[in-house]
Design a protein around this ligand. Structure first.
Ligand SMILES: Nc1ncnc2c1ncn2[C@@H]1O[C@H](COP(=O)(O)OP(=O)(O)O)[C@@H](O)[C@H]1O
Ligand SMILES: CC(=O)N[C@@H](CCC(=O)OP(=O)(O)O)C(=O)O
Length: 256
């Protein structure tokens, strides 16, 4: 059976229509014979809850600086609020979701990425026992980007990097759905196909930056591992979701 990891993030978690449309698409893909795993971020929920708790927050090169005192709020926002909202939406369309974080079932190994970012983790694929079992049972794993390292420390992982590790764990296809229709060039036009050299060129020009730089780096790493292109598209666009459902090319194809 074909397996696909779909990653969602950005403002999706604040958009009821977007969530409903996404799960209708997932339902259609599952009926079409795909085994699916959803990996999610929820930067918007993290920001709201940090602010509500009196914290300020900054990003460095697309990654959120996460001081130790903020990790309980970040974990609550991603593994709690965002994860359960997506689980609820899956139930509503009759899918059978299982809400997880990267810490569950020994799926990945996590470590601190860079101490200057605080409790930010990087993860590598470890054991697929848990997702294998859930997928064979026809269930939909919904995985937040919260991890735990060997010392028991909770870590905040960028959700595109989390999706890459889960894609590598299963040798699955990967689609990254964001707020934008794909990677855009200096004129705001969609780049249909992007390889390592093209990426480096656009970064040098300052066209690809911030969260999109992290996203394309994650996509390039995944594409090389699975030797297949990874797509970056938008959950906002009904046309792109329909194309995804019909197996047609969507967004930017990041090449191995
Ligand atoms: N060349 C580019 N093409 C598209 N978006 C870009 C580009 N460079 C920077 N970005 C920014 O990256 C954002 C997507 O990254 P990010 O916010 O991390 O997405 P998500 O939260 O969905 O993972 C876009 O909304 C845009 O502001
Ligand atoms: C380390 C780091 O940057 N973690 C991210 C995790 C969530 C995420 O990636 O959310 P999106 O997919 O919505 O951007 C954060 O705290 O925002």
């Amino acid at each position: 059976m074909k397996t696909m990891v779909i990653k969602v993030g950005g403002a999706l978690l604040a958009c009821e229509t977007g969530i409903a449309r996404l799960f209708e698409t997932l339902q259609g893909l599952q009926q079409g014979g795909w085994q699916l795993l959803l990996v999610h971020g929820g930067g918007i929920v993290v920001e709201q809850q940090l602010q509500a708790n009196g914290f300020t927050s900054d990003k460095k090169q697309g990654l959120r600086i996460t001081p130790a005192e903020q990790i309980p709020v970040v974990a609550g926002a991603l593994a709690g609020t965002a994860n359960t909202a997506l689980v609820a939406a899956a139930c509503k369309v009759g899918l059978v979701p299982v809400g997880l974080s990267l810490a569950d079932g020994g799926m990945v190994q996590a470590q601190v990425l860079d101490p200057s970012l605080g409790c930010v983790g990087e993860v590598v694929a470890k054991a697929s026992t848990l997702p294998d079992a859930l997928l064979s049972a026809g269930m939909l794993p919904i995985i937040s980007s919260i991890a735990v390292d060997e010392t028991g420390q909770l870590l905040n992982v960028n959700a595109d990097q989390a999706a890459t590790a889960i894609c590598q764990l299963l040798g699955a296809e990967l689609t990254l759905l964001s707020d934008v229709s794909g990677v855009l060039d200096g004129k705001g036009q969609l780049i249909a196909s992007l390889d390592q050299a093209g990426f480096e060129q656009q970064v040098a020009l300052g066209v690809i930056a911030g969260g999109m730089k992290v996203k394309v780096e994650a996509a390039l790493a995944a594409a090389k591992s699975i030797n297949n292109c990874v797509r970056i598209a938008s959950w906002r666009s009904p046309e792109q979701l329909a194309a995804l459902l019909d197996g047609e090319p969507v967004g930017t194809a990041v090449q191995p």
